[in-house]
Design a protein around this ligand. Sequence first.
Ligand SMILES: [Zn+2]
Length: 89
Amino acid sequence: MADNDTCPRCNSDRLIHDAKVEDRSKNGRHKLEVLVGFNDPDALLFTDPIRAELRATICGSCGWVGLFVREPGILWDAFTKAPDQGPPE
Ligand SMILES: [Zn+2]
């Protein structure tokens, strides 16, 4: 859920909350995610990053879109445990 009830760009209250964000290709549709907390490459065990589904708030007046995740605390915890790691090439 978004906290604000008005658009940060145009101040309209015509906001569409919690919209799904998907990519669509000939192979089908899949939701978009952010990935945080990649493992130390020197670690013995490779652990997967924490994933979170992107959701969107859309302004029905000016078209502004804001992306967010539902449980940011989980991502923050993963980030603070592996702050210097980037995604694998
Ligand atoms: Zn707007």
